[in-house]
Write a protein of this length. Sequence first.
Length: 345
Amino acid sequence: MIKFVASHLSGNGGTETVLVPVLNHFAKSNSVELVIFGTPDNDYWLSKLNSNVKVKIINYSGKFSKLLSFTREAFSIKKNDLLISLSPSFIKLSSLLRKAKLSNFKIISWIHFSLVDQDLFNPHDITYADYHLAISNKIKKQLVSLGVSEKNVAVIYNPIKQERIWHSQQHDGVNIAYIGRISFKGQKNLKELFDGLKNSSNTSLFIIGNGSKEEVAKCKNYIDKNQITSKVTWAGWQKDPWHYLEDKNIDGTILTSNFEGLPMVFLESISRGIPVISSQFDGYDDVVKDGINGFSYEPGNIDKLTKIIGKIKDIKDKKKTQNSINEFYNDNYFAKLDDIIKKIY
């Protein structure tokens, strides 16, 4: 059995977007189980899983309850199972219990966000895994800096379906879209997006996503204060963001993040031939190829951000944009992933 373990999934993020095709792929020829610690806020994505994927949701209350739940699940892993964990703390606990049980199941880490500049977990917990699937070169570098041998790390990125190319109707101005969690500062850093929008003439922004009432209020207050309310359309959370955007003549998607793992929204955009606008967060260049599939700017450089928003329509070769991420498309991705798993399992 291949057992995937994750915790703290909201149901609305890029991790869930990736989990569905990967689990469905392995379920074609393997017994597959997904264990989730904590009920996702939105469980719609679970309905997309193959019926052969067994899903187990484990709820807990408090640190002791969590530890007990983790321990029980770790003890249930059989010697011939393959554990692929998205939870750093579960990796460490499973490794320690495996040693105590004198078992020999393999542990693979598959972390979907930066290992540094965060306070969610101890990054050294990840080093207890036998092998590591890195979704970006940035994360590979972080793993190596923690003492993991390069030979035990494979950069696999994330899979994406190659969509049909979108051709927008002729229109004045620039239409851009932000898809993601609403966060005024912090990781998503929407304040910087609004600052760039303020100085961009004839530009419209579509915001798709949700967040806490406090964060949404901060964003709306800032937009109002800077008199750019008329430039912004709030779409809220959408089950299918791309269906919503299909008739909006989108010229580009944008992230002004301080950090990202591997931005799935960019892959989804580029797969449709839609270029992207990105802050130069660590690892952005795994996806963004300046002048080919988008433009980038140095964080904090609002003048440059404003300039590239205005230039995004200059990228006209949509097929070239789409082809710039060939290694991410499903056939190439799963061929590489299957080869890696065969060597381990």
